[in-house]
Design a protein around this ligand. Sequence first.
Ligand code: FPP
Length: 247
Amino acid sequence: MTAGIQPLSENGGDVSAPRHVAIIMDGNGRWAAKRRLPRSAGHRRGAEAVREAISGALKAGVEYLTLYAFSSENWNRPQEEVTDLMGLLKLYLSREVKSLSKQGIRLKVIGRRKRLSEDINEMIERAETQTRDNKRMTLVIALSYGGRDEILDAVRSIAADVADGRMSIDDIDEARFQNSLATHDLPDPDLIIRTSGEQRLSNFLLWQAAYSEFLFLDLLWPDFTEETFASAMEEYQGRHRRFGGRP
Ligand code: FPP
């Protein structure tokens, strides 16, 4: 499989390359269990697969890549695993930001930051500031993120605007709502990929996924490579998107 994108005429689809790809990185635990390794080993390999996804996205010319790294529900995992994942994220933020910048990548984190420790918050702020002028691609990491939380936060901010007289109820429309979401500066995801064979959204980008294409892959996240990304692009370009309009 080549990393190139097939011309549209060869695969019958009617869509161009996706601008925004979002990934639910699932299966680290199962990858580790298959090898009788601790779950932490699966997460570590998962962090390596993140590099593969980024280089695949860069090669495909994707403008926005969103990765679901830690959901609002993941706080309910055993404390040891939560600590482990947070440690891995810290390691990632401390080691990778330079390389992200070199590759022209802007980093953006979405999710409930209040629940994250002070040091992680500081690292995130530093990384976002350091990379904010990069233009080649935006890497969005969803951390302590839940789609329902995000929608509730948007409702609260709109309700406050109405209560304080800054907005009238009649002004509330899709554009205003989208503008109140954490993803206000991103286009909706064209394609959402989930690994590990599970076929659900798990509270990821609920508003934004209204017209996304879905791709469910049987492989476990640590096995995801640049080539997997390239095949996903080919599959996507064979799709027919109608956005509820054309028959
Ligand atoms: C799902 O696998 C994966 C997670 C909950 C964490 C995702 C985190 C990473 C890929 C590593 C760190 C990320 C970055 C951005 C550095 P699971 O544990 O639910 O697997 P299972 O369903 O097989 O148990």
